[in-house]
Write a protein that binds this ligand. Structure first.
Ligand SMILES: Nc1ncnc2c1ncn2[C@@H]1O[C@H](COP(=O)(O)OP(=O)(O)OP(=O)(O)O)[C@@H](O)[C@H]1O
Ligand SMILES: [Mg+2]
Length: 366
């Protein structure tokens, strides 16, 4: 039984949380390591999914921009899963392609030229626990089949041996890329994606849940080193788009505590934000992607409905067919493929169902 509810998450973040890069478990001294901050509707949804999925065995896919909290949420899921084994992080951006298999499954001494000693694989380390595969899109395509087989059977083979072993490992994968784009380029296996996306959690960017900014800052007030928020402070934080999300917010607050005068004014904060130059590639890359994301979050935060946010711009040729299909695909993922549930996600009524289906059919959107 999970012993948390929505409100109990709204609390302090650790001092260490700012600089600490989560390579394994967060430090035990951190009183807030098991909490997800944010009272916005979008984060309530995230917490609800975390609660629903935590106790299951199936893999989970966490999707979201850099700094939204994928590592953090993976840890929280592990914590509430009641799995007794370790939380092990496999960072795919740091494992070289030719060593991937031996890192993951281990090797025996002499299995290849540089294998001087036996090596325990990450899968074995995570036996009975959780293996968090960070940036799953970086897993080489040739190895993805082996990973999928492991997910399906819990069986693997140590490199340089012929016998199979078993490990009871829950996989949580994270990506800040669109895996479907990787599939279309032939870089990611569709069957692996389908295994992962059954339990998918989309972690919204901070700019789509601005009401969380104040709560996050209030939980970091100690970083302001006794200085207080002055005129324009909150307005400045509310206006900014936070391309680096929660991590960027933590960094800005920390720097403000070090270098601003007391009280800290909006213009001072603004200059820190500018110096930071945090415009990240994921955010600035394509207007196309941002466009879809904005519409998507308008829908799931109930700011707008499908007719206004999608149909209208589509008919005005401001949205193309591929973009609409992408939005529908995301909705269907949340609705487990059921169109009757999809219309609710798109803030339409039951009586809109036939109109909606006709619209999809007439415009070749299915
Ligand atoms: N909702 C939240 N509640 C508490 N802390 C959070 C929350 N979201 C993010 N954080 C904190 O923000 C920082 C960045 O989060 P994290 O490293 O998990 O992001 P990420 O999505 O994995 O980023 P990247 O894609 O760059 O790896 C961490 O210090 C984390 O503890
Ligand atoms: Mg991360």
């Amino acid at each position: 039984m999970l012993n948390y509810d929505t409100d109990s998450f709204s609390c302090l973040l650790p001092v260490e949380g700012v600089a600490h890069s989560l390579t394994q478990e967060p430090p035990k001294t951190d009183p807030n390591r098991n909490r997800i901050i944010g009272g916005s509707r979008l984060m309530k949804k995230v917490r609800q999914l975390v609660r629903e999925f935590a106790m299951e065995y199936d893999p989970i896919l966490l999707n979201g921009e850099t700094g939204v909290g994928k590592n953090h949420i993976a840890w929280v899921i592990h914590h509430y899963s009641a799995r007794r084994g370790k939380f092990v992080v496999a960072d795919m951006t740091t494992i070289s392609e030719n060593l991937f298999e031996s890192e993951m499954f281990g090797h025996r001494r002499g299995a290849f030229t540089d294998a001087w000693t036996d090596k325990e694989g990450l899968v074995e380390k995570a036996d009975g626990g959780t293996l968090f595969i960070d940036e799953i899109s970086e897993v080489p395509i040739g190895i993805q089949a082996k990973l999928m087989r492991f997910i399906d059977t819990q069986r693997y083979r140590i490199v340089g041996t012929t016998t199979e072993r078993k490990a009871n490992v829950r996989i949580i994968a994270a990506s800040n890329k669109d895996l479907r784009e990787a599939i279309s380029k032939g870089e990611f296996r569709q069957d692996l994606y389908f295994r992962l996306q059954a339990f998918e959690i989309l972690i919204p960017p901070l700019r789509h849940r601005r009401e969380d900014v104040m709560e996050l800052v209030n939980s970091h007030l100690h970083l302001l080193k006794g200085k207080s928020p002055g005129s324009g402070f909150w307005e400045c934080l509310q206006k900014y788009d936070w391309p680096g999300n929660v991590r960027e917010l933590q960094n800005i607050i920390k720097r403000a505590g070090i270098s601003c005068n007391d009280p800290i004014t909006g213009p001072e904060l603004q200059s820190i934000i500018k110096q930071g130059c945090f415009l990240l590639p994921e955010y600035s890359k394509t207007n196309h992607k941002k466009h879809i994301d904005d519409i998507w979050y308008q829908l799931i935060s109930s700011e707008s409905d499908f007719w206004t946010a999608v149909k209208k711009p589509f008919l005005a040729r401001d949205l193309n067919r591929t973009e609409v299909k992408e939005i529908i695909h995301r909705g269907l993922t949340l609705a487990n493929g059921k169109y009757k549930d999809l219309i609710k996600i798109f803030n339409l009524n039951d009586k809109d169902y036939h109109k909606f289906m006709t619209f999809l059919r007439d415009n070749k959107l299915r």
